[in-house]
Design a protein around this ligand. Structure first.
Ligand code: COI
Length: 354
């Protein structure tokens, strides 16, 4: 057990074992404004509130994009390890294109983000299951009440020392399958990491929470049959030794952890497939015993085993309600790579320390 921030007399410190997720923020933030058709000089400064005009476009029409990635201290205490930051930066820019927001030069993004993380390195927790969560965000700031694309933007990055995303920690979670609400449809913004996708998910999540479920599993908006993703993660099903996840069809988030899991699961000897899978196929597999496990994947959630699914009022217990073999191995492999405990043959881990 440790405390963050480390070695910093005079600052409030936090117990690493009870960080939760996204409640505590570090001392500094990065800001960069877009105006007159160009991104201006970035600035790193003490964390402070953002003051905006009440008509700022973000408040009315949600023109916004965000990302989430994590920093870890490596085996050498001078090492600060980021996991596939290039993927997050590329997805950020793709989301920006979809939301009519000017993109940011990936090299500049990486350089500025690294400088901020290095400055607040004492805040990176080191207990198992903890990390420094990095939240880059861009918002449209023009004060204007008509619907239009912004001409002024604020890009900022904040940092938060975190533990497990779910209150259950890394224990299995209960999921409610909804066919009452939908998250996204083709041609919409489902694959962009933009806040409005999450706002649209809140009512279903509230209803699921009220019935004791941690998350919602979304179905395809048109056929209400094919599986899409969970509220905060992509989803995987192990049917015997085959691991299946829905393909990227434009409606689900192209997860960095999802892509990594597809590779790591193959390395572990599973047959991996990106293919359509319907809720009826999942229920059938749960009933005939071939559904061995279900788990979510995401930056915040890492690998999140599912203990049960509720669909149309019936509950289906998965893997006796325990963490399955693949979820366990993938969690171990992923977190060992991210923290430098095991070798990274893919060059996914980037050391920004020293
Ligand atoms: C992440 O996994 O980093 C996310 O952004 C999901 C959620 C916290 C919104």
């Amino acid at each position: 057990m440790g405390r963050v921030p480390r070695n910093r007399p005079g600052l409030e410190t936090y117990d690493e074992d009870s960080l939760g997720f996204g409640r505590i923020f570090t001392e500094h933030m990065l800001t960069m404004r877009y105006r007159d058709g160009a991104w201006q000089k970035a600035e790193i400064k003490p964390l402070e509130n953002i003051v905006l005009h009440p008509a700022a476009l973000i408040f009315h029409y949600s023109q916004q994009v965000f990302e989430g990635l994590k920093a870890f201290v490596g085996q050498n205490p001078d090492d600060i390890l980021l996991f596939r930051p290039d993927k997050n930066i590329a997805r950020f820019n793709r989301s920006c294109q979809r939301m009519c927001i000017p993109t940011i030069d990936p090299e500049l993004f990486m350089e500025q983000m690294s400088a901020l993380v290095r400055l607040d390195r004492d805040w990176i927790p080191q207990s198992p299951g903890t990390s420094l969560y990095i939240r880059p965000t861009v918002i449209a700031t023009d004060p204007f009440v008509g619907v239009k694309t912004g001409s002024e933007y604020l890009f900022y990055i904040i940092l938060s020392p975190v533990g497990a995303y779910y209150p259950e920690g890394f224990a299995p979670v209960k999921i409610m399958v909804t066919d009452k609400y939908v998250r996204a449809c083709r041609g919409g913004v489902g694959e962009a990491k933009t806040g409005c996708n999450y706002a649209a998910s809140l009512l279903a999540a509230e209803e699921a929470h009220a019935e004791g479920f941690t998350q919602v599993l979304w179905l395809n908006a048109v056929d209400k049959a094919s599986i899409e993703e969970v509220g905060t993660s992509n989803i995987f099903f192990r049917i015997n030794d085959r691991i299946i996840t829905p393909p990227l069809s434009g409606t689900i988030l192209p997860g960095v952890t999802r892509e990594s899991v597809l590779q790591l699961a193959c390395d572990l000897g599973y047959e991996c497939r990106e293919e359509n899978i319907t809720i009826d196929q999942v229920i059938q597999a749960a009933q005939d015993g071939s559904l061995k496990e279900v788990f979510g994947s995401g930056t915040a959630a890492v690998i999140s085993p599912v203990s049960s699914l509720r669909y149309r009022g019936k509950d289906y217990t998965i893997a006796d309600g325990k963490t399955g073999e693949a979820a366990h191995k993938l969690f171990e492999r992923l977190t060992a790579m991210q923290t430098g405990r095991e070798p990274d043959p893919y060059g996914w881990v980037v050391n920004i320390g020293k």
